[in-house]
Design a protein around this ligand. Structure first.
Ligand code: GLN
Length: 282
């Protein structure tokens, strides 16, 4: 191969799946040539500079080592926003957009200024996509990880949402600095059981364990969050929580036992019950 391979050569010589090749090369094109992704087709005769080719090789090596694309690129699209992500935060998943949609429906229905609490915000994905879609919502987003909160705040700043979102450090409700009640509580807590083999597979190997597992049965964080719902929700307020595909009954049981009303399961696009919601009595 020549010292400066063309895009076409990079594409045909790469062992990664075609869609991943396109994503990584599009990043190189944008960074070094300010060209859009469509140039992968229309200008595939471009020869990469030594510097661009060096970076291409480094990106491919990282991906071949299993590192998630989102960490390699440092960003991930979620709902209607793009977030900066890094190894200190869970990579936002498309399934979690279901939780956002449930919150948005509720906020739209209330049609007034609403207060929303996002527990364990990570990159800020849930809180910031709600804030971005709902100018009438103000959010408190918590995390026990200062590293995660720094990323979430940075995302809030880039998205110009700092006036709508406040970030507090601490474990679940303990992060709150004053006694307050919310119209909506949302959370995507760590719910994978400690011994689940998925933790040692794929992208999950690179993500913070504390964002994935409760180091127990998978239900302990969900339990803590549900136990606080009565105290931290306004009368009639809604709590909606993401959980594992096989935890629906258990989570709905916890919600019912905690005295919540209108306890419901919500299906994700794949047809799995991934969110449970309940309402505080009026
Ligand atoms: N949805 C993630 C997964 O299954 C887990 C996220 C979480 O534990 N909250 O990979």
């Amino acid at each position: 191969m020549s010292a400066s391979p063309t895009l076409r050569e990079c594409i045909s010589n790469c062992a990664l799946p075609a869609n991943e090749v396109r994503i990584l090369l599009a990043h190189i094109l944008e960074k070094y040539y300010q060209l859009p992704r469509s140039a992968l087709l229309s200008r595939d005769d471009i020869s990469l500079s030594e510097q661009a080719f060096g970076e291409w090789e480094r990106l491919v090596a990282r991906r071949m080592g299993g590192e998630p694309i989102a960490y390699i690129l440092g960003k991930k699209g979620f709902h209607n926003i793009e977030l900066e992500v890094g190894p200190g935060v869970l990579i936002p998943r498309p399934e979690t957009e279901l939780l956002v949609e449930i919150a948005l429906t509720e906020i739209t229905k209330l049609n007034k200024h609403v207060r929303v609490l996002d527990l364990g915000t990570g990159s800020g994905a849930i809180a910031l996509s709600i804030a971005s879609a709902m100018p009438l919502a103000s959010l408190i987003a918590t995390d026990q990880s200062t590293e995660a909160l720094a990323i979430a705040k940075q995302n809030a700043q880039s998205l110009k949402l700092l006036d709508q979102a406040q970030f507090l450090q601490g474990s679940w409700y303990a992060a709150l600095t004053q006694v307050s009640q919310f119209d909506v509580i949302v959370s995507n807590p760590p719910y994978i059981a400690h011994q689940d083999p998925h933790l040692t597979q794929g992208d999950l190997r690179f993500e913070p364990a504390s964002a994935l597992t409760d180091y127990a049965s998978g239900l302990s964080c969900l339990e803590i969050i549900i136990a606080g719902a009565d105290q931290y929700l306004k009368p009639g307020g809604l709590i909606a929580l993401e959980h594992g595909y096989d935890q629906s009954e258990a989570v709905m049981g916890l919600m019912t036992a905690a005295g919540l009303m209108e306890v419901q399961a919500h299906l994700d696009l794949a047809g799995h019950c991934r969110v449970a919601s309940g309402r505080k009595r009026l």
